[in-house]
Design a protein around this ligand. Structure first.
Ligand SMILES: Cc1cc2nc3c(=O)[nH]c(=O)nc-3n(C[C@H](O)[C@H](O)[C@H](O)COP(=O)(O)OP(=O)(O)OC[C@H]3O[C@@H](n4cnc5c(N)ncnc54)[C@H](O)[C@@H]3O)c2cc1C
Length: 456
């Protein structure tokens, strides 16, 4: 007879691992299947390895900036294989830590692709065994897609392969305007590659505050990244010394690598979802209600596979809420408003809440407080760079409804500002907060002058 469990989790990524662990803590018998590596996208080929490469890429500026502070740094050299090997070692350590966390929680981990045979039966392709489950959680995440078929698509890599290149490309062309494209442009630029970023829209990072986007673009260009907008890659051709990339306006570039980061599609196909009647939403992800329940009542879905806010902390929070709801007798829904987010570009961008455009479309009165300034470190380093900060304030009640920062440590700053925005802090609360001097963040509590006021 097939093994029986209370919960079968398909996909051991951020959402699935948290859900499995918490459900087991509530006393459920839990099994989780993972077809690739435990930890999922974030740990194996997302946030974590990306941030390690970001750290690596920033040393080049540090070496340059050191001179203004009296240091003589011999011409530095960089070894890509060392970085990749060290990164891989850390990822393997984390993967093992995730597996042992599951083991300690008495969750049974199966290294296999799982498919739904029927609404309560899961087949493990690695062994051919079937498992019966009272509840099923789909946490299969998302995968990169390359968009429309073009000539030479076989030469194009995604972020998955970028983490494992045998050598640092001297020249790379990246197509995409989202955070993954922008972050990899910064990584390769910092490590010494010649980087071209091609994006079909008007400017990078659609969805972020327009002025923050413009500011970041300027900073990236100042660092030597060539940004080509309103263009698409039309064809990629292998030539003698690399890959020749043709754009729609007939401009062409010869590079060593071409990477596409055109977005990620939820993993909803090929494991029996349709057959058991799980419905999809218009965004291509699995449709869920506020308790993460799909159209089949005992089947739930969390994380990127629902294609809403595709970030690790959201997947984790959803996995936890699902487990508390179904196994902890504590119905919990996840609040998706005011999620702080960071782009680990060079320099970083941090944002929480409404952009200026969103606020103007939604609110009767909007006040803007913003500043750009030269970070103190740049005074001695001589680096030509500026930091940008903007507060978007609801003019009818003085609440700070949006914060947008471009500059060093914007990711760290926005985490803390996220608390203030979530608590519905007012501009007067910001003003009443004593500054920490000398910091860049003190600008946030000393922005006295409105730079714009919009009334609808
Ligand atoms: C390059 C990159 C950088 C990123 N950077 C950040 C960042 O800085 N901050 C941030 O918050 N987010 C970041 N993200 C997004 C983040 O990684 C995801 O939002 C998060 O991993 C989603 O978690 P999840 O549990 O939904 O899915 P995943 O972590 O993707 O896990 C899904 C798992 O399911 C497995 N699976 C799929 N189908 C099956 C099946 N049928 N059977 C068995 N196993 C299956 C997959 O192998 C995978 O391991 C980044 C993503 C990428 C690609």
């Amino acid at each position: 007879m097939a093994e029986q469990v209370d919960l079968f989790v398909i996909g051991a990524g951020s959402g699935g691992v948290r859900a499995a662990r918490i459900a087991a803590g509530h006393g459920a018998r839990v099994m989780v299947a993972e077809e690739y590596r435990v930890g999922g996208t974030c740990v194996i080929r997302g946030c974590v390895p990306k941030k390690l490469l970001v750290y690596a890429s920033r040393f080049s500026e540090e070496f340059e900036d050191a001179a203004g502070f009296g240091w003589t740094v011999p011409a530095p050299s960089f070894d890509w294989p060392t970085l990749i090997a060290n990164k891989d070692r850390e990822i393997a350590r984390l993967e093992a830590a995730y597996a042992s966390t599951l083991e300690r929680a008495r969750v049974k981990l199966i290294k296999s692709r799982a498919v739904l045979e029927d609404a309560h039966t899961i087949r493990l392709l690695a062994t051919g065994e079937s498992v019966r489950a009272k509840h099923v959680l789909i946490s299969t995440g998302a995968a990169p897609h390359h968009g429309a078929a073009i000539a030479g698509l076989e030469h194009v890599i995604s972020s998955n392969e970028a983490f494992h290149l045998p050598s640092l490309p001297q020249r790379i062309l990246i197509q995409g305007g989202g955070y993954i494209a922008v972050e990899f442009a910064g990584i390769f630029n910092g490590l010494g590659s010649e980087v071209t970023l091609v994006y079909r829209g008007d400017n990078i990072l659609r969805g972020f505050d327009d002025e923050a986007r413009a500011h970041l673009r300027g900073e990236m260009e100042r660092r030597g990244i060539k940004i080509v907008t309103r263009q698409l890659v039309e064809a990629v051709e292998k030539v003698e010394h690399g890959l020749c990339v043709n754009l729609t306006d007939h401009e062409s570039f010869t590079v060593d690598r071409v990477m596409f980061a055109l977005g990620r599609r939820p993993n909803v196909a090929g494991f029996g979802l349709e057959a058991v009647g799980v419905q999809l939403a218009k965004n291509g992800g699995i449709a869920v209600n506020e308790f993460l329940q799909t159209s089949v009542p005992h089947i739930y879905a969390v994380g990127d596979v629902t294609n809403r806010i595709n970030l690790t902390p959201v997947a984790v929070r959803e996995g936890h809420a699902f487990a508390d709801t179904v196994f902890g007798s504590k119905p919990t829904s996840v609040d998706h408003s005011d999620v702080p987010t960071a782009v680990f570009s060079e320099p970083e961008l941090g944002a929480v809440g409404l952009t200026e455009a969103e606020a103007r479309a939604r609110l009767a009165k909007v006040d803007i407080y913003k500043t750009t300034f030269r970070p103190m470190k740049a005074t001695l380093s001589g680096r030509d760079t500026r930091m940008f900060m903007k507060l978007v304030v609801d003019g009818s009640n003085d609440r700070v409804v949006g914060c947008h920062i471009v500059g060093p440590d914007a990711g760290e700053l926005i985490q803390v500002l996220g608390i203030a925005v979530k608590m519905k802090a007012t501009k007067a609360d910001f003003d009443a907060t004593m500054a920490v001097h000398p910091t860049a963040a003190e600008e946030l509590v000393t922005l006295r002058e409105k730079t714009a006021s919009h009334v609808r």
